[in-house]
Design a protein around this ligand. Structure first.
Ligand code: TSX
Ligand code: MN
Length: 596
């Protein structure tokens, strides 16, 4: 190493709880052989210097300073634009512990494979040591990690997405334990790209990608895969859920956590603006988080939740003044855009934003409208601090977390599944989550309209066997527990003519209102074998007009269709083998019988 290690903890830290961290950093440096080591303190000065360096070398391009102050465009390698599920592994000693829902490798093989790739990979580069905290820095629900990376773009993003720097290092020194994440962009060769998790060692190794979910290790790798594993042994839940607060005209706020597979508008729901009539009456929606929720039972038996993230890493395409005005306000300044297009006057642009014409596409080429390909990459992103969101809840920083009144599962289903139903009890709700499915959109796969099951929207993110995960969920139902009610929603039901039957967006508040009124005992429902459905009069539909078809399909129950669905659910659950909890299978059988 030809440069001093900047900002490194004092030498006497060797005798403190930072000894393990210092030893690991030294071990990684010996393997990857960087020119210098920079310990990130999270300060403005540090960020300014990194940004200036990235602007100078072209990693970041400054956007229009009048319309988007202090905002930047990053163009990733064109082969490195999304998470790589087929290269993502969970390395547990027993394959059964990773389960059929994960790619698996024995830990020793995983380490050997990764260490060979990391050997000397940081030569000529700076190695950044990023201490971070997932969750409010003073919350008992929060957990710390340290990411080592050779990407300054990762540092700038981690600074927005986590509580990064000196306060986190201090917490690590107090607690001693932290998740170790090692990342290198490597050669960006898709054939030499892996993301490996070692849950028992609280370790992540990611090589060959600079893209968000593969490189910002605090997010999917730590806060979902590693945390879900920790949560199982420690009695809590790490979930792929948004969290919002719904304030009624009496000033009472109920908190809702909701899991949806991709392309269902999680960020839009988290930042929902109530319809005008509701706003006039005093209803408000508060955003706590748009992607990840950590919850655990409190002393009163309720589940208390925090958002472990400090920012939004949101999909840009489709974000507009009609779909999400709060997101647009959030990203007006101090935002990093990745793989979006730009207009002639250097403003960020993406499909669905507005009617302007982009000038340059996400690869940096002149945009050619006649080719028919999108100007922004379909998975292009914004990275922005949650504090910039107009609806950001002050409770998001509360170390105690917020009590959850309702858990919502959902999917994109053109047929069969009604607008909303309520699970009868916790075990039924767990089945509803386990059976979740969604139809693919062009953005995800190219094959449109194919139903994929994605239990609790955790298929790519659960760090252990799904059968054990369902058992863990079921285990929360015990004496003294005051669990939230569980619901299922479908904003995407279509009529025979292929048109969406529910207006969605702000009008989804009507559905949230019904849920909360079910929780407080103020709203009615009709009992059916699949759960409790609102009668049309139980849901406030004032100002909306529905024909008979819409009424039937949004609020009705198709017995024959559900019989077939429950057969398919049974087969799906059997695929998880003998570890599958009997209670879930019994629940599936009970409903199947009621349907016959
Ligand atoms: O995010 C969505 N939500 C949740 C909003 C709080 N989207 C966008 C999905 C892609 C990410 C929706 N799309 C929703 C929805 O509730 N509903 C729909 C389907 C839909 C699309 C357009 C219209 C109505 C429904 N109406 C018009 O275009 C006029
Ligand atoms: Mn997500």
């Amino acid at each position: 190493m030809n440069k001093l290690s900047q900002n490194a903890p004092a030498k006497d830290a060797g005798r403190s709880k930072l000894a393990a961290l210092n030893a690991w950093v030294a071990e990684v440096a010996a393997l990857t052989r960087p020119d210098s080591i920079h310990w990130c303190d999270g300060s403005d000065a540090e960020n300014d210097a990194l940004i200036a360096q990235m602007e100078a070398d072209g990693t970041l391009i400054r956007l229009n300073t009048e319309t988007h102050p202090r905002s930047w465009l990053h163009r990733s390698h064109p082969d490195d634009v999304a998470r790589v599920e087929h290269l993502t592994f969970v390395c547990t000693p027993q394959q059964d512990d990773a389960g059929p829902n994960n790619h698996w490798m024995p830990p020793a093989d995983g380490h050997a494979k990764m260490d060979a790739l990391f050997d000397g990979c940081m030569a000529g580069r700076t190695m950044y040591v990023i201490p971070y905290c997932m969750g409010p820095i003073d919350s008992p629900l929060s957990r710390c990690g340290v990411e080592i990376t050779d990407s300054p773009y990762v540092v700038a993003n981690m600074r927005i997405m986590t509580r990064m720097g000196a306060p986190s290092l201090a917490r690590i020194e107090r607690e001693g334990s932290f998740v170790k994440g090692l990342h290198s962009i490597g050669e960006l060769d898709p054939n030499r790209r892996f993301i490996m998790h070692f849950p028992e060692e609280l370790t992540i190794k990611s090589y060959g990608s600079g893209y968000g979910g593969n490189a910002l290790l605090g997010k999917k790798c730590h806060a979902l895969r590693i945390a879900s594993y920790q949560a199982k042994s420690e009695g809590w839940l790490a979930e792929h859920m948004l969290i919002l607060g719904l304030e009624n005209p009496q000033g009472e706020t109920h908190y809702i956590a909701a899991a949806f597979p991709s392309a269902c508008g999680k960020t839009n729901l988290a930042m929902l603006i109530p319809p005008e009539g509701y706003r006039k009456d005093g209803w408000k929606v508060w955003t706590i988080g748009d992607d990840i929720c950590w919850m655990r039972p409190g002393a009163d038996g309720r589940l208390y939740a925090i958002n472990p993230e400090a920012g939004f890493f949101g999909v840009a395409p489709g974000t507009s003044q009609t779909s999400n005005p709060n997101a647009l306000k959030t990203i007006q300044h101090d935002t990093i855009f990745t793989n979006v297009a730009v207009t002639g006057d250097n403003q960020p642009w993406w499909e669905g934003l507005d009617k302007r014409e982009p000038a340059i596409d996400w690869r940096g080429n002149d945009y050619d409208f006649s080719k028919g390909t999108p100007a922004a990459h379909p998975n292009s992103r914004f990275t922005v601090s949650a504090k910039q969101c107009p609806s950001y809840s002050p409770k998001a920083e509360d170390p105690q977390g917020v009590p959850i009144s309702a858990i919502v599962f959902g999917g994109r289903r053109a047929s069969l599944v009604p607008l909303v139903f309520e699970a009868r009890d916790w075990a039924h709700g767990v089945l509803v989550g386990a059976a979740m499915g969604s139809e693919t959109t062009a953005a995800a796969t190219g094959a449109v309209g194919v139903m994929r099951r994605d239990p609790m929207a955790m298929k790519p993110f659960c760090g252990y066997n799904f059968a054990d995960y369902f058992s863990h969920w079921l285990s929360f139902d015990k004496p003294g527990a005051k669990l939230p009610k569980i619901f299922h929603v479908n904003w995407f039901r279509k009529g025979d003519d292929g048109r969406f039957l529910w207006p969605g967006f702000g009008d989804n508040l009507r559905v949230l209102e019904w849920m909360i009124k079910r929780v407080t005992g103020e709203a009615g429902a009709q009992e059916t074998p699949i759960g409790n459905l609102p009668n049309v009069e139980d849901l406030n539909v004032a100002g909306l007009e529905f024909g008979n078809e819409a009424r039937d399909k949004l609020f009705g129950f198709d017995q024959a269709g559900w019989r077939a669905e429950f057969e398919s659910i049974g087969e799906y659950l059997d695929g998880y083998g003998p570890r599958m909890p009997q209670l879930l299978r019994k629940e599936q059988q009970r409903i199947t019988e009621a349907l016959n």
